[in-house]
Every structure is written in C-alpha cells, then in structure tokens.
Design a protein around this ligand. Structure first.
Ligand SMILES: [Zn+2]
Length: 257
C-alpha cells in the first residue's frame, strides 16, 4: 500500500525498476515495481497486454523508468497514467543469461523484507546491477556486484582474502570457504571439514573483497576478472542463502551456476 502522504490529488510520481509483470485479463498488466520512495508496490498498466498500447513495450520486466500513477477514487485501483525516462537493458533482447540473472535478482528482492530507510539502497542495488550488465564483462560484474552488495546491505560482509582464525592470507595461493562454518579459512584451519568446501585462488578472494568494499563507479570501470566465477557465485549464493534463512530457491539460480 502506497501511504496516503505520497498522493497528491490522486496522483503520485516515482522512479522505479519493474521487477515482475503479470498479465491480468487479456488487456491489463500488473506491475511489481521497486521505488526508492515506497519500496516494492504494485500497479496496473491498463491496456498494456494489447500490442498497440504504448505501455506494451515500456512496461516489460527490468525496465528502469519514471511512473506517473493515478489512484481511482471509486475503486482505489492504482494505474499507470504515463511513463518517462524509460531504459530497457538492450542485452536482455539478445542474451538469455542476462534475463536469468535479472529474474534471480527480482526473485530475491521480492522476498526481501525492507524497512523504508532501505528502499533507496535496494532500488540502487537493482538499478546498478541492470546498468552493469551493459558494460564490459557485464554479466560477471552485475552478478558479483548484486550478491556482494546484497550481503553488505544485510551487514554480513566477510573477508574472503584472509583466514577467519589466523588472518593469514591463503598459502599456496589458495583460500577455502566452508559452508558449514560460514567463513573463509586457510588450509590448516579448515579443521578437517570435508563437505561444503569451496576452494578459490587468493586473487579471486581479493576480487570478492573488492566487490564488497568498492563503489559502483570503481566496479563499473574495473578490468578485474575472476578466474573461477562459478565457484565465487556458489559461495556468494551460499552466504546470501544463509542470510535469508534458506529462502533462496534453487530454481531461481540453477541457470547461473
Ligand atoms: Zn588460518
């Protein structure tokens, strides 16, 4: 519910990212959007299911736009009156992997309980994750950025490049993530754990730490590339999944690893 204070004579304008769209009857489309002002809300794009509608192409998932909303006095239904500043990521037209990634981000955000002081942070997390897709090495940048910054937003930043027990950097250029102990260790301090262990290079661990701490502009221009992005992704998904109390479903991300 968009709070009363935001409406002005039945109108409300906000920047937004569309997270999900669902056909509603043959004509209308229900939009789930993330706004820096009101968090995740829904509205209708009336007539958007019709190919001739000007809202048909502008109200696709993962579009960044400005929504001009109107609340009907009688029914209370919220509809899109107009849109502006529409940015549809080009890569989603040609790259299925990009769509898988964006669908994953959307699922995670739709299952994120948000306090209103966090709306803006989550909005920019999604917006920047979409923008990174278009850059060089964009698929990797976007995914590692999204997962790392999501962890940071939950206050769970982990040092990947040093052992939790002895703070030593990985010997033999190796560092281990233990899913059971939920942390990073040198070989000695793995302490015999045998399952749920992921080995990464010290370089990849340093890149993970870079993504946790660096700003968007530094990440967007970096030429750093992971050696083993699949393992790093698995580690980050495990970390996020624990933060979310194992609510992250496998079918949201199985196409990514
Ligand atoms: Zn150690």
């Amino acid at each position: 519910m968009i709070a009363h204070e935001f409406w002005e004579n039945g109108y409300f304008t906000t920047d937004a990212v569309l997270l999900k769209t669902v056909p509603n009857s043959d004509f209308n489309r229900l939009l789930y959007f993330l706004s820096p002002l009101v968090g995740i809300e829904t509205c209708f794009a009336f007539g958007a299911q019709k190919i001739k509608s000007r809202f048909c192409s502008t109200t696709q998932p993962f579009t960044i736009l400005r929504l001009f909303l109107r609340r009907d006095k009688k029914t209370g239904l919220i509809g899109v009156k107009d849109v502006a500043n529409v940015v549809t990521p080009e890569i989603t037209r040609i790259n299925l992997r990009a769509i898988y990634q964006l669908s994953f981000y959307s699922q995670v955000l739709l299952h994120t309980p948000m306090e209103h002081i966090d709306y803006k942070k989550y909005y920019y997390l999604m917006k920047y994750s979409i923008e990174l897709l278009e850059m060089e090495n964009g698929l990797e940048k976007s995914l590692i950025f999204f997962l790392s910054k999501l962890t940071v937003l939950h206050g769970q930043t982990m040092q990947a490049s040093s052992c939790r027990e002895c703070a030593a950097a990985g010997r033999n250029n190796e560092i281990f993530y233990s899913a059971g102990a939920w942390g990073f260790f040198c070989h000695e301090h793995l302490a015999g754990a045998s399952s749920g262990i992921f080995k990464i290079s010290a370089e990849d661990a340093a890149i993970m730490d870079f993504y946790s701490t660096a700003r968007f502009t530094a990440i967007s221009t970096t030429s750093l590339k992971l050696h083993d992005s699949v393992t790093v992704t698995r580690i980050l998904i495990d970390i996020v999944n624990k933060i979310y109390g194992f609510a992250i479903k496998r079918d949201w991300y199985e196409n990514l690893i």
